[in-house]
Write a protein that binds this ligand. Sequence first.
Ligand code: ZN
Length: 160
Amino acid sequence: MSISRDQVVSIHYTLTDDAGEVIDASTAGEPFAYLHGHGNLIPGLERELTGRNAGERLQVKVSPADGYGEYDGKLVQRVPRRALQGVPEVKLGMRLQAHTAEGPRTLTVTHLAGDMVTLDGNHPLAGRTLNFAVEIAAVRAATGEELAHGHVHGAGGHHH
Ligand code: ZN
């Protein structure tokens, strides 16, 4: 069965940056399962997996535009600490949920200087070229319930 929309695909993957540094990987012996064609993977990787079969291995290079987006300097802001009410201790690398005109957004604390806090609304992998080494472990048809929910149930998937 080759990979197409509405199938559950299980993959082993390792994600590295252009310097060869490992950013993320599936757990050893436990492939990551997702529902194909429902926006559960970044577009550049999902596109390359379409039409492939279980047992195949592939290397996929994903540009920022096909991954987590280009880095947008306009999403970076500096605010005084007192603007962060309800956050008892602001720390570097901390992630905060903010409500913006475009909906909820995760902001990362990227710099602290005196009373000023720098908040970055970009995804941590925005602007990065992503190199995936993928092995397709299994491909199966999704159940009706999985299609209704838009995600995978059972091993390697989402549990309720
Ligand atoms: Zn569900």
